[in-house]
Design a protein around this ligand. Structure first.
Ligand SMILES: [Zn+2]
Length: 513
C-alpha cells in the first residue's frame, strides 16, 4: 500500500515500528543480529483497518444480548426469545438484536403482542438489525412509560396499532425512550464486550478499529482500558454528540491521541437505514405512496450542533444514507469549511444514495467516505425490494466514489451485518451480489487491489492516522496481517478461501490461527 515500494521481500521491525523495507540482503546489512522470521511464501499486508464497526455491540452479541440474525419467521423469533429468557432467569430484561423482517416469512415487523406471547413476565427489548428500529413488549412499554399520550420525539416515531395504542415499534430517536428504561451496563460488562470483540477482530486480521457513536460511560471505559494497557489493538473511538431521544448536545470530551486510543471525531446520525426504509430519500420507497424515511437532523439543527466541534478542531463523522440526508450534511460541511477553514477531514458514514453532484462536492471538500460493501451482500435483497430502479443505479456507487477522487474506507458496520471478514467485504465490493444472487449495478464493481487499499490506507486516512498505520512504510507501527496467500493472486470468486494466519500489532504477534 506504499506507492514507493508496492511489494518487498523483507521488513525490518524495531520495537513497535517498521524501520526498513527492502531485500533481505539490504536489511541484513542494517541489522545483522536481528531475529529472523520466515513467512514461508505467505503474504504479509498492513493490518486491516475496520473504519466503522460497533465494537462494543459486536461484543455485546457474544456476551449479553441474544443474536437474532438469521431469524426466519415470527415463531422462530419467539422460540429464540423463549429459550434465551429461560437460560437467564436472573436477567431482569430480555434484550435481543438482529432480526430483519424482509428476510422473514411474514415480511412484517414483530409487535409487542408477538413478544408478549414469547416472554410475558419480563420486559423484552428487541432491536432490528439496522439499529434504527426497536420493538418492546407490553411490560417494557410500561417500564418506559410509553402510552398513546406520549409525545413523539423529533426525528423518531412511536408506532400505533389499529387500536390506537403503541404497538411496541419505536423508530430512530424514539428508541431512546426504550433504552432509557432498560438496565444500564456496568463498567465490567463493557470491558467484557470490548475484549470479546477485540479477539474477533484480531482473528480477522484487523489491527485498528473505529467505534462510531459511543456514550460517555463507554468512552470512560476505553480511556481506562488504555491507561491500564489492556487495549490489544488500536481504537479510534467517536463520542456521540446527540444521544438518542435527546435534544441537547452532550458536552465535548477531551480530544486525545495515544498509540492505542484516538479520540478526535464526534459522531452524528442524519437519518436511518435503507434496509428498514428509514433513510431520508427524495422519492417514496418502492411499493409505498408516501414513505420517505426519517430525517433525524435537519440542516439548521445539524449546523447548530456541529459548528462548535468544527471550530474547536474536531473531525465530524455523520451517518448519512438517503440522498436527502446526504444533501443536508454535505451542504452543512461546506458551510462550516467556508466560514471557518479547518484542516480536520470530516467524514460521511455510509453515503448510500449519493448523486453525481454529491460525489463531486464530497471530493472537492476533501471529505472521506465510509461505505459498507457487505450491505450489498447481506441487505441487497432489502434494497432491491425497497428502492426504485433509479435509486438502485446510485446505490453505494463505490467505483464512482473512487473515480471522483474521494478517499474511500471500507467497513462492515457490524453488527448491522453478520459478516465482518475483510475478504468477504472485498468479495462483496467486487461482485455486488446479495445472498439470493441478485446483483446491484455491476458497473460499480471495485477491484481487489482497490478494495485492499480501502481497508488499509483508506481507513487510515479516514481516521487521520495515515502517518501511523495503513501501509508498510518505515516509521509506521509494525501492524500486520499474514494471509495464507495473496488476495491478488486468486480468482476473486475464491477470496473467501484464503485463511488469515497471524495478526501482529506493534511488532508483537497477537493472533495465531
Ligand atoms: Zn454504524
Amino acid at each position: 500500500m506504499d506507492p514507493q515500494v508496492s511489494e518487498a521481500e523483507a521488513v525490518l521491525v524495531e520495537n513497535d515500528r517498521i524501520r526498513a523495507v527492502g531485500t533481505l540482503q539490504e536489511l541484513a546489512c542494517l541489522a545483522p543480529d536481528a531475529e529472523r522470521y520466515s513467512l514461508k511464501g505467505q503474504c504479509l499486508l498492513p493490518g486491516f483497518v475496520e473504519a466503522h464497526i460497533h465494537v462494543w455491540k459486536v461484543g455485546n452479541l457474544q456476551t449479553h444480548t441474544l443474536d437474532l440474525r438469521g431469524t426466519t419467521s415470527i415463531p422462530d423469533l419467539q422460540e429464540r426469545l423463549r429459550a434465551f429468557a429461560a437460560e437467564r432467569p436472573d436477567a431482569t430484561w430480555v434484550q435481543a438484536r438482529g432480526f430483519n423482517e424482509a428476510a422473514m416469512l411474514e415480511r412484517r415487523m414483530p409487535t409487542r403482542k408477538d413478544l408478549d406471547a414469547a416472554v410475558p413476565d419480563r420486559p423484552v427489548l428487541v432491536q432490528r438489525t439496522c439499529a434504527h428500529i426497536l420493538v418492546l413488549n407490553s411490560l417494557a412499554l410500561e417500564h418506559a412509560h410509553i402510552t398513546a399520550q406520549t409525545p413523539t420525539p423529533a426525528g423518531g416515531e412511536i408506532c400505533l396499532g389499529p387500536d390506537g395504542n403503541p404497538n411496541g415499534v419505536l423508530t430512530e430517536t424514539a428508541q431512546g425512550l426504550g433504552f432509557r428504561a432498560a438496565p444500564v451496563f456496568s463498567e465490567a460488562d463493557y470491558v467484557t464486550m470490548v475484549s470479546a470483540a477485540t479477539e474477533t477482530l484480531l482473528a480477522h486480521g484487523f489491527t485498528t478499529a473505529t467505534d462510531p457513536g459511543v456514550m460517555p460511560d463507554l468512552l470512560a471505559v476505553y480511556r481506562k482500558m488504555e491507561m491500564e494497557k489492556r487495549l490489544k489493538m488500536r481504537f479510534n473511538v467517536m463520542p456521540i454528540r446527540l444521544p438518542d431521544g435527546g435534544t441537547t448536545a452532550l458536552p465535548l470530551p477531551d480530544r486525545s491521541s495515544s498509540d492505542f486510543l484516538t479520540i478526535n471525531t464526534v459522531k452524528f446520525f442524519a437519518d436511518g437505514g435503507l434496509s428498514g426504509k428509514t433513510s431520508a430519500v427524495s422519492r417514496p420507497y418502492r411499493g409505498t405512496m408516501n414513505e420517505f424515511g426519517v430525517l433525524r437532523l435537519p440542516p439548521d439543527f445539524f449546523y447548530e450542533l456541529a459548528h462548535e466541534p468544527h471550530e474547536k478542531g474536531w473531525k465530524i463523522a455523520t451517518h448519512a444514507i438517503g440522498d436527502v440526508a446526504i444533501e443536508g450534511i454535505l451542504s452543512t460541511y461546506e458551510r462550516l469549511y467556508r466560514e471557518t477553514p479547518s484542516p480536520a477531514r470530516h467524514r460521511i458514514e455510509h453515503l448510500g444514495l449519493p448523486n453525481s453532484d454529491h460525489l463531486k462536492r464530497v471530493a472537492a471538500a476533501g471529505i472521506a467516505v465510509v461505505p459498507q460493501p457487505m450491505f450489498l451482500r447481506e441487505l441487497g435483497g432489502n434494497f432491491r425490494q425497497y428502492l426504485d430502479d433509479a435509486f438502485l443505479a446510485q446505490c453505494y456507487p463505490m467505483r464512482s466514489m473512487l473515480e471522483a477522487g474521494i478517499t474511500v474506507a471500507f467497513s462492515s458496520d457490524a453488527p448491522v451485518v453478520k459478516g465482518i471478514h475483510p475478504l468477504e467485504n472485498l468479495h462483496a465490493a467486487y461482485f455486488r451480489r446479495d445472498l439470493a444472487g441478485g446483483v446491484i449495478t455491476p458497473e460499480e464493481s471495485v477491484s481487489v487491489m482497490e478494495g485492499l487499499y480501502a481497508c488499509t490506507m483508506g481507513g487510515a486516512i479516514a481516521n487521520s492516522m495515515e502517518d501511523q498505520i495503513g501501509s508498510i512504510t518505515p516509521g509506521k507501527f509494525a501492524d500486520f496481517v499474514i494471509l495464507e496467500s495473496s488476495p491478488l493472486a486468486v480468482d476473486p470468486e475464491r477470496l473467501l478461501e484464503i485463511k488469515i494466519k497471524e495478526t501482529w500489532v506493534g511488532g508483537k504477534r497477537v493472533f495465531l490461527a
